[in-house]
Design a protein around this ligand. Structure first.
Ligand SMILES: Nc1ncnc2c1ncn2[C@@H]1O[C@H](COP(=O)(O)OP(=O)(O)OP(=O)(O)O)[C@@H](O)[C@H]1O
Ligand SMILES: [Mg+2]
Length: 474
């Protein structure tokens, strides 16, 4: 398969499409303009001949006038005489087109006797006898086309001929004609100019596009490098409009990387968790059994310690198992506030032990589809982290609120906040900064949040402490 550069490919496509479109559109436009011009011309010619018939001194054509002493002269002389009476009026007629001619034809003399807007003696000299075709042999006003017209020395014309009647007899014609060859040439000239202008504009647009594409490509390459090097979040593009999108991509990449890690760990958890727990349970049972024997009375405290450690190991495995991707969940319509109130005694016991206070601010929120057990776990894990972050004591606040179609669950503590180098690693299984921490608490929370189709954000508060916000969609 031939691989070509995106910008080149786009440009070729863009040029091709725009050119075809331009050509198609301009040809169609040209054709429509020509048709319209012809229709307008026809209308104009009809009106104009009527106007000429009213204003020109055509009475000179009538027999009465013609026979006043001129009948015995030769036809050429008669034409010149008539012309001398008609032509001055012709010269005064204004016609708004350089491609139009008008005039008067005498049936008796079979010649044109006056021509405008510029007098043309050569035309006056032409003795008709079919030279003008059937132009001056009509009974009624007629619109028509004539190729190779003598009137315009071989050009194609669009004409309008109006008979002049005198005592029920046609004594002549008023005609007007448009040189279509000239009109076509004029239109073609204008068309070429438009096409040239359009092509220049197209080239400019393409160059601009090319520039934009190159800039975009450069920025995206830099962004891709930043993502690979883990600096995606801090990347700031020079193209300000791109930043929200890049920020979003970077967040999603982080989220996907985290999910990926969770999935791998989860799959491992599912397969080995049970296997480890079973022997532990057996050992615990034996320890309890032997520890209760009289002979080992003096080692009782050691046995209790061993059992406690085994319980701790078991708890870790339970946490680990809850990371499993396909762990069964039991989703029901439930009230988040109720779940929080139910675990409050447990939380208070914890907070009191560490000299902390718990504060609840639970607002009216709608029902959500929740797995109660895992949410309890989530609340306990986050609250425990908060307490552990405040060894000197402090206040831990849990609040719920609803906003548009979302429900927010937030936890605020007054601890030291989360260091910048830690914040990106949160949720990685077994990542901990605590001496006796396991590093599964937040990994489990992320999994629970994900299974609820919710989203968790973690930030440091300006006044100190950390804030965890879980956003549920209704
Ligand atoms: N509220 C908080 N304030 C400051 N740091 C926090 C807070 N919550 C979490 N952290 C940091 O995140 C790390 C990971 O937390 P996580 O709950 O996943 O594990 P852990 O608390 O260390 O161990 P455990 O598995 O026992 O919960 C913690 O070690 C701590 O450095
Ligand atoms: Mg923890």
């Amino acid at each position: 398969m031939k691989i070509s550069n995106l910008t080149t490919r786009l440009n070729i496509k863009a040029v091709g499409i725009v050119l075809v479109f331009m050509l198609f559109f301009s040809i169609y436009h040209q054709w429509a303009a020509y048709e319209e011009k012809m229709a307008n011309s026809a209308q104009f010619m009809e009106k104009y001949t009527a106007y000429l018939a009213r204003t020109l001194p055509i009475q000179f054509l009538s027999e009465a006038a013609e026979y006043q002493g001129i009948a015995e002269q030769s036809p050429e002389e008669q034409v010149l005489l008539l012309n001398s009476k008609l032509q001055p009026a012709m010269n005064n007629v204004y016609i708004p087109s350089s491609a139009a001619k008008f005039g008067i034809y005498s049936t008796r003399l079979q010649r044109i006797v006056a021509i405008g807007p510029n007098s043309d003696k050569a035309l006056l000299a032409i003795d008709d006898s079919q030279k003008f075709g059937d132009l001056f042999h009509k009974d009624t006003a007629t619109l028509g086309r004539q190729d190779n017209s003598v009137l315009w020395y071989g050009a194609q014309i669009l004409y309008f001929v109006r008979p002049i009647q005198y005592r029920d007899e046609i004594i002549g014609y008023i005609f007007i004609c448009n040189n279509m060859d000239k009109i076509k040439a004029e239109m073609l000239g204008a068309y070429k100019k438009t096409l040239l202008g359009g092509s220049v504009a197209l080239i400019v647009v393409i160059m601009l596009f090319q520039e934009i594409f190159i800039r975009l490509k450069e920025e995206l390459t830099l962004f891709a490098d930043a993502i690979v090097e883990g600096r995606g979040k801090d990347f700031q593009s020079d193209i300000a409009e791109l930043n929200p999108l890049l920020q979003y991509i970077s967040e999603q990449t982080d989220r996907m990387a985290r999910l990926d890690r969770l999935n791998i760990i989860g799959e491992m958890a599912a397969s080995i968790g049970h296997e480890v727990r079973n022997p532990l349970t057996t050992v615990r049972g034996f320890l309890q059994y032997i520890g209760n024997k009289q002979n080992f009375e003096s080692y009782k405290s050691h046995f209790l310690l061993m059992i406690e450690e085994l319980d701790r190991a078991n708890a870790i495995i339970s946490d680990f198992l809850s990371l499993a991707k396909n762990r069964a969940m039991n989703f029901k319509e439930g009230h988040l506030n109720t779940i929080i109130r139910e675990v409050t005694p447990l939380l208070e016991a914890d907070t009191l032990r560490y000299n902390c206070q718990l504060e609840l601010d639970l607002q009216d929120i709608p029902l959500l589809r929740l797995d109660e057990n895992s949410l309890r776990q989530l609340i306990l894990n986050i609250v425990r982290n908060g307490i552990e972050a405040m060894p000197q004591g402090g206040k831990l606040k849990i609040s719920t609120s609803s906003f548009a179609s979302t429900v927010l669950l937030t936890f605020r503590d007054e601890g030291g906040g989360i260091p910048a180098e830690v914040i990106d690693k949160l949720g990685t299984p077994f990542f901990t900064t605590k001496d006796n921490g396991v590093g599964l608490g937040l990994a489990v929370c992320y999994r629970i949040v994900d299974r609820h189709n919710a989203n968790m954000t973690i930030e440091n508060l300006p006044e100190g402490g950390a804030k965890f916000t879980i956003t549920f969609k209704r």
